[in-house]
Every structure is written in C-alpha cells, then in structure tokens.
Ligand binder design. Structure first.
Ligand SMILES: [Zn+2]
Length: 243
C-alpha cells in the first residue's frame, strides 16, 4: 500500500513539474565488450596520369609499423588455426610457411605447428581461426582478415582470413623473393604473409616510404616482397610479443 501511495505521489509530482520522466528504467544496453574489425587488402590502385603527386595525408608511422587500437593482441599462445579442406596441398604448404615467417622472428611460439583442416570458410564468429578462398564478388579486394577482440582488455578472440577467388592465384616456383617467374597471379605466400601479420594484430601501412614492408596495404600480380619481413614488420611484431 505504501509503495502504491509513493508511486501516485511521484506521478503527481512529475505531472506537476511538467517533466516527462520515464519511471521505468530503460533496458540496459547489451554488453559491448566484444568488437569486430576487418582489414581489407586491395589491389594497388592505378594512378591516373592527371592525378597530382600528393599522397593522402596520414599520420607518420615512424617505426614502420602500426598497431591496432594501441595494441590488440593474443593473450595466450600459441594460436591454433585451420585451413579449409578445399585448399590443395601445395597452397597449404605456402600458407603455413607464411605464418611461420612471423614465428621465426620472435622467441614466442605464435602459431601452433599442428595446423588443422576445416570445412568452415568465411568470416564467422565460431571460435575457429580459419583460412579459406571465397568469392567476394569484387575485383579490387584481394583478401580480408576479420577479427574479434575484447575492447576492455584488447585481447584477441578470433580471426578468419579470406582470399578472393576472383583473382588468379599462383605459387612462386622457388619460394623466394628474388628469382621470380609469376607475373600474372597473386602469389599465395606473399598475400598470406601479409594476412598472417593482421592475425597478430598488425595494421596496414599505406605511405609510400613503407612500400617494401610486408604490412604495406596494397599488392599487385607478381608481387613477392611481402614474403620476407622487413625491419618495420619485425619491430611491430616484437613490440606486441617480445623479441
Ligand atoms: Zn592488409
């Protein structure tokens, strides 16, 4: 009874004050502690001849690497991942080599040597880190790395890497950057090394001065320079996971 009287009195007070006050508490917003982000890897844009020499203004990344949100990363190592079952063995070997390139530049064991096989493809939040080829219905997006992380702790939860089937893909015959014969295909290991850097989480670099780095944000057919890490890539890796 007392509560009823109070409610009536409060309603009368609100009515008298002219305020429109909702007596019921609004529903709490859903917990927003997990965020999804995507790194999109584009084919190098062709510069029209009439375009000026000016590059888009970007903050300088003096060290040659860029962290995401100040350093989103894995809290627990090593990270396990699985390659889609439709990826043939030779491509699978290239992808694993690409991931191991990062492992070779820190004393931490970043990626589990036991690589799984999965029927899953695409960016699906399912606690499985997957790598697959998918049709992206785009002629400019080469690959994407989607990842989820806890906003408050910056702890990485999951990544999924997708390569676009709309591009021609190939494998450098000697597996190295120098003697290269592929000119009409995206080199799997080249692009995979870049994407494996995103999975750690290193951000893209777009300034010309970083064009030789693995984390440079554009690629082209025949490119192999991303296969080996450059000083900036290694500095970023070691900033996150130690030397
Ligand atoms: Zn990228």
């Amino acid at each position: 009874m007392k509560r009823f009287v109070l409610a009536v009195a409060l309603a009368a007070l609100v009515a008298a004050s002219g305020f429109s006050v909702a007596l019921a508490k609004p529903a709490a917003p859903p917990p927003k502690d997990i965020e999804k982000a995507v790194f999109i890897h584009y084919r190098a844009p062709g510069k029209p001849p009439w375009a000026g020499p000016k590059e888009p203004k970007e903050p300088k990344e003096a060290e040659g690497y860029k962290l995401f949100r100040g350093g989103v990363k894995w809290a627990e190592l090593p990270v396990s991942y699985a390659i889609n079952e439709n990826v043939d063995e030779s491509a699978r070997v290239e992808i694993i080599a690409a991931f191991e390139e990062w492992d070779a530049n820190t004393s931490e064991e970043l990626y589990n040597d036991e690589v799984g096989t999965t029927g899953i493809a695409g960016a699906i939040r399912d606690d499985t880190n997957t790598i697959a080829w998918v049709d992206m219905d785009s002629s400019t997006i080469i690959a994407m790395c989607t990842f989820w992380y806890y906003v408050n702790t910056k702890e990485l939860i999951e990544f999924d890497i997708e390569f676009n089937t709309q591009f021609v893909w190939g494998i450098d015959p000697d597996g190295e950057g120098e003697e290269y014969a592929l000119t009409d295909a995206m080199d799997i290991r080249d692009i995979a090394t870049h994407e494996a850097g995103h999975a750690l989480v290193l951000d893209d670099l777009y300034q010309n001065q970083y064009a030789e780095m693995t984390m440079y944000g554009y690629s082209e057919y025949g490119e192999v320079k991303k296969i080996s890490l450059e000083p900036g890539d290694i500095a970023g890796l070691q900033k996150l996971y130690g030397s």
